[in-house]
Design a protein around this ligand. Structure first.
Ligand SMILES: Cc1cc2nc3c(=O)[nH]c(=O)nc-3n(C[C@H](O)[C@H](O)[C@H](O)COP(=O)(O)OP(=O)(O)OC[C@H]3O[C@@H](n4cnc5c(N)ncnc54)[C@H](O)[C@@H]3O)c2cc1C
Length: 447
């Protein structure tokens, strides 16, 4: 089929955000009694789920210290729950299991979840926490745990299955997805700053609205739009930082222990919630007993039939290559440079054994294929959802994105003229205005 010369809505990136935006846009046109055919196109240089969305662990949770993130996640969980089967979504819940340094922060999260009606329970104290966990897993043995937040909603979804479910949904509504077409730049209108033409390697496409959901490639689109590579950031103490890089990369470390996924069912044979443990107990190697770390560490994991084992990850690490020189392609497990490290495998499996006796001695079962991938982060590690050049909406999610299925819906509503209060705390201007999100005591850049 020929590449169209003109389309009203051009969406760049067939990842979770691009497809979610197209879903809502199409539905809104249909609800108004209008045609969808020929009006919405999704362009991807590779194909559906070829970016971060195709390798995401798939965890969907509400647990965020930042109130604006929590409200946004509650909205996204509603969208996941709207079609669990079509979106390959498993509503098994989620647990944040923490050491004393995090107890207060997590209690705040719990209290605010109660305020917004997000169902969860909060267990406090070392004995109570251990008993709660042993009620699920008799071999639970994690140390220094003094609180458990158990979110009854959320869970996880299977990355590529969910993406193919989503693409089938939007194609049925009349959206056209074109793979193998690379966006190279933009041409702005002669009389305004608006983008009138998307330049691709297969020809130019004129359009009225552009939505960019480019995951780790957002750096390149930022350059194409001549947006500032370095910005001014006013921090939470009011201090001004000049010439801060707008983007930086982190390696997201994930892997699979190739035991039967059933090995992590609860003692009564049920699917457990997704488990996330953060503790300051020293972590010892399950291979030779040496100290891996005496600093705070964290892991998350779940039984996963799609990945074929117990799948999960740990804190990411900073990529030190200068941001403009980071090679994003080939992406994910195909990257010669950015895949999960041997140190990660050792740490993660030892941490699993720290938490459950059943995982002691399982290091040989760690899969040896490359996994993980890089993510592009903003200066405060939280998303930017904003309009630039009058008609270009950028969704830069700073790697909170899989769970944020609802963001595309909110963006579609904004593009159709309805301002969304849930997106307000994520505007680009927050860096200069000092309206950053609060920071927690978690070992992750994103909690
Ligand atoms: C290892 C890993 C695990 C993760 N786990 C989780 C998790 O458990 N839960 C969670 O909430 N988040 C998770 N994330 C983050 C989440 O995956 C991302 O935030 C989200 O998938 C980003 O979606 P996206 O649609 O913006 O981008 P992507 O899925 O990366 O899609 C961008 C698309 O843009 C296309 N593209 C790029 N450049 C061009 C161009 N010039 N022209 C045309 N097309 C282009 C790419 O081919 C790609 O398909 C994880 C990320 C990683 C890397």
């Amino acid at each position: 089929m020929a590449i169209p010369e003109h389309v009203e809505f051009v969406i760049i990136g067939a990842g979770i955000h691009g497809l979610s935006t197209s879903w809502r846009l199409a539905q809104k046109l249909i609800d108004k009694g209008e045609e969808v055919e020929g009006r919405i196109v999704v362009l991807d240089k590779s194909g559906i789920a070829s970016g971060a969305s195709g390798i995401a662990c798939g965890v969907v949770r509400n647990n965020y210290f930042q109130p604006a993130m929590r409200r946004l996640m509650a909205h996204s969980v509603d969208v996941w729950e709207s079609d669990p089967e079509g979106l390959s979504y498993h509503p098994v819940g989620y647990m944040q299991i923490s050491c004393e340094a995090m107890r207060e922060d997590v209690r705040t999260i719990f209290e605010q979840q109660q305020e917004i009606g997000y169902e969860s329970v909060f267990i406090e104290g070392e004995n109570a926490s251990t008993n709660y966990m042993r009620g699920m897993f008799e071999d639970w043995q994690a140390k220094n745990i003094t609180s458990v937040l158990h979110e009854k909603r959320g869970g996880y979804s299977n990355n590529t299955k969910a993406m193919y479910g989503l693409s089938a949904k939007v194609e049925k509504l009349g959206v056209r997805i074109i793979s193998g077409i690379e966006v190279k730049g933009f041409i702005t209108d002669s009389t305004s700053n608006a983008v009138s033409t998307v330049v691709t390697d297969k020809g130019d496409i004129t359009c009225e609205q552009i939505i960019i959901g480019a995951g780790p490639w957002v750096r390149d689109f930022w350059s194409m739009l001549d947006l500032p590579k370095q910005i001014t950031v006013k921090d939470l103490d009011g201090e001004i930082h000049k010439n801060v890089d707008m983007w930086r990369y982190w390696q997201l470390e994930e892997g699979v222990l190739t035991v039967p996924p059933e090995a992590l069912l609860t003692d009564d044979g049920k699917m457990p919630p997704v488990i996330h443990v953060d503790t300051d107990a020293p972590l010892y190697s399950d291979v030779d007993g040496s100290v891996i770390t005496e600093e705070m560490w964290g892991i998350y994991y779940k039984p996963d039939w799609h990945f074929g084992g117990v799948q999960g990850g740990a804190s990411p690490y900073k990529v030190n290559t200068p941001v403009d020189e980071v090679a994003i392609d080939p992406y994910g497990p195909s990257s010669p440079e950015f895949v999960s490290s041997q140190e990660f495998a050792h740490m993660w499996v030892s941490a699993l054994a720290h938490c459950h006796k059943r995982f002691e001695g399982t290091m040989p079962k760690y899969h040896r294929e490359p996994s993980g991938g890089i993510g592009c982060f903003t200066p405060d590690s939280f998303p930017v959802f904003d309009k630039f050049n009058e008609n270009v909406f950028i969704i830069a999610d700073s790697n909170h994105g899989w769970k944020m299925l609802g963001v595309g819906h909110l963006v579609a509503d904004e593009v159709m003229g309805e301002n969304q209060e849930l997106l307000e705390p994520f505007r680009f201007s927050r860096f200069e205005n000092g309206e950053l999100h609060p920071v927690s005591n978690s070992p992750y850049p994103w909690s």
